[in-house]
Design a protein around this ligand. Structure first.
Ligand code: FAD
Length: 546
């Protein structure tokens, strides 16, 4: 009988344990968890603090007793695995309740220890009383107790990633005035700047105090005052530090297992470390980026769960291949949903991979059916082959399914040329007969096929200041809400009559509200012998950054 030992009993560890049992009724499976709980809902923690999730028990997806019984597992909580002896194929365990230590042997070892919040040595941090990080149930209990009993009026969230923004919203829901301090120029690193800008506006609209491009320099007065690098002083009653996570790799490092540049445990496609009897999964491992194939760290629940199943398959000799991580993700930020899959422009630029993008602004479902709202949808792809590199979407409704469809398309090897041909479910309450994904596909296909050329939101100002011609083909009344400085207004329906006003032999740039009329105008100009380029995403994309 095989003896399989698992370190870490939450997302990856529990999934692996259950699958192992399903594959082998006779194996001895021992799962160690240093905390009190196994298989809890990390992703739900912010919503319990915000009281959208009212019962704490709902976070405990599986109890030790329930899971031990169902899967016949030996689950040991409050048990920290402290060292691995690979030659002896054994581990050392410390019982955190009694202090007792002991050895346990294994045939196969699975590490799923996760990642822990980064806590940098900022001056004053150790004296900050109400400073929290959020990873597990005890953290959640501490934060919730503080909010419930100490009645904080003001909170500072340091770091504008997923957890930071979710916590900002949930603290706000508890009536707390929230400030977010983010070192980068934008929140939500997985989306590009112009997309994040939509979120910036929304956060401000909600009354969140958003400080970008500035980091914390010091915590003063026992953490009731934050001084930023730019010299701001912020008084606060509590601090949530959410500036990212670091893989729990100490066990692996001490055991001589190889880790990558950012500390992630290195594994092959079968999730084996450099020791064939030691496997590693979840937030602690380095993965291959599915798009660009570079090593990366993507600490999300889907990879941990997928790997949890595959690692069991792998141990039982099934050909299990983890193909890499796309990084498909989603978050609720107040009224908006933000979702992404694959690579963004920042990543591709850093890697020197050429790409093209389109921005479209379709509505979530038929405009005439109540409740329709716009989706800011961005597609990033290869102009030569149409290969989809990634997508980003922000909106109130229908964002999740569009990103999920595109994520599926990527894994299915489809290109932007295939997106128009996706036959997606349609009735007015749900979509449009041309679904937003189809529309993005049409626009991208036009680019790949050379039907149209575009210019991006961040390039158009230079063009105008160089004295080149930009025409705005919207109706005059639409320009009252703003227009690009230097644009000449020729409404689309007048363009054929007024075409002689435009210079031949130089590029005419065109913009409209969202890009559609600009496309029509660009085609009219091209058919009349002009060289024309459309502003991708129109005024709406351009204006999102202001
Ligand atoms: P974990 O689930 O963290 O489990 C690791 C466990 O190992 C821990 O319980 C730890 O105590 C234990 N452990 C570590 N070292 C030892 C040791 N030496 N001995 C014994 N036990 C040990 N992902 C999403 O995709 N979507 C979301 O919406 C989302 N929201 C999140 C919200 C929050 C607040 C947090 C904290 C995470 C969120 N995540 C989300 C991330 C997701 O929870 C993780 O990607 C996932 O849990 C990783 O699984 P894992 O098994 O690698 O690690």
């Amino acid at each position: 009988n095989k003896k399989i030992v698992i370190v870490g009993g939450v997302a990856g560890g529990s999934t692996a344990a259950a699958r192992l049992r399903r594959l082998d009724e006779t194996a001895e499976i021992v799962m160690f968890e240093k905390g009190e709980y196994i298989s809890f809902a990390n992703c739900g923690l912010p919503y319990y603090i915000g009281e959208t999730i009212k019962e704490r028990d709902k976070l405990l997806v599986q109890t030790v007793e329930g899971m031990s019984n169902r899967y016949n597992l030996d689950i040991r909580t409050f048990s920290e695995v402290t060292t691995i002896d690979r030659t002896k194929k054994s581990i050392n365990v410390k019982n955190l309740q009694t202090g007792e230590t002991y050895e346990e042997t294994y045939d196969e070892l699975i590490l799923s220890p996760g990642a822990r919040p980064i806590v940098p040595p900022i001056p004053g941090i150790e004296k900050a009383n109400a400073l929290f990080t959020l990873r597990n149930i005890p953290d959640t209990d501490r934060i919730k107790a503080y909010v419930d009993h100490e009645n904080p009026k003001r909170a500072v969230v340091v770091g504008g990633g997923f957890i930071g923004l979710e916590m900002a919203e949930n603290l706000y829901e508890r009536g707390i005035e929230v400030t977010i301090v983010e070192m980068a120029e934008q929140v939500m690193a997985p989306v590009d700047y112009e997309m994040a800008s939509i979120i910036h506006h929304h956060l401000k609209e909600k009354g969140v105090n958003l400080i970008l491009g500035d980091g914390v320099k010091a915590f003063e007065n026992s953490g009731t005052k934050i001084v930023t690098q730019n010299g701001l002083e912020i008084e606060t009653d509590m601090i949530l530090l959410s500036i990212g996570v670091r893989p729990e790799n100490e066990l692996a490092v001490h055991a001589g297992l190889s880790v990558g540049a950012r500390g992630g445990i290195q594994v092959n496609a079968s999730l084996q470390t450099n020791d064939p009897h030691v496997y590693a999964i979840g937030d602690a491992v380095e993965v291959k980026d599915y798009i660009n194939e570079q090593p990366t760290m993507i600490p999300l629940a889907w990879p941990a769960n997928r790997q949890g199943r595959l690692v069991a398959d792998s141990i039982y000799g099934k050909k299990a291949m983890y193909k890499g991580t796309l990084g498909t993700s989603i978050a609720k930020v107040f009224d908006y949903t933000v979702s992404t899959t694959g690579n963004n422009e920042k990543t591709l630029r850093r890697l020197g991979i050429p790409y093209e993008v389109v921005h479209v602004h379709p509505v979530s479902h038929a405009g005439y059916y109540p409740g329709a709202s716009p989706i800011f949808l961005k597609l990033v792809f290869d102009k030569e082959t149409g290969k989809i590199y990634g997508a980003q979407a922000i909106g109130i409704d229908g964002v999740d399914k569009r990103i999920d469809v595109i994520a599926t398309a990527i894994k299915g090897g489809l290109s932007v040329l295939d997106l128009p041909d996706l036959e997606l479910a349609y009735a007015p309450p749900y979509s449009q007969a041309k679904d937003p994904v189809n529309i993005a596909g049409y626009v991208a296909t036009n680019i790949v096929e050379g039907v149209i050329e575009t210019i991006q939101w961040n390039e158009i100002d230079d063009v105008v200041s160089n004295g080149e011609t930009l025409i705005d083909v919207r109706n005059p009344i639409e320009l009252e809400n703003g227009f690009i400085e230097g644009a000449k207004n020729i409404p689309l329906d007048d363009l054929r009559e007024r075409i002689d006003e435009l210079p031949q032999g130089e590029v005419i740039y065109v913009n409209c509200q969202v890009g559609l009329r600009g496309y029509l105008a660009t085609r009219i100009l091209q058919e009349n012998g002009f060289i024309a380029k459309n502003l991708d995403g129109g005024w709406k994309t351009y204006a999102s950054v202001y």
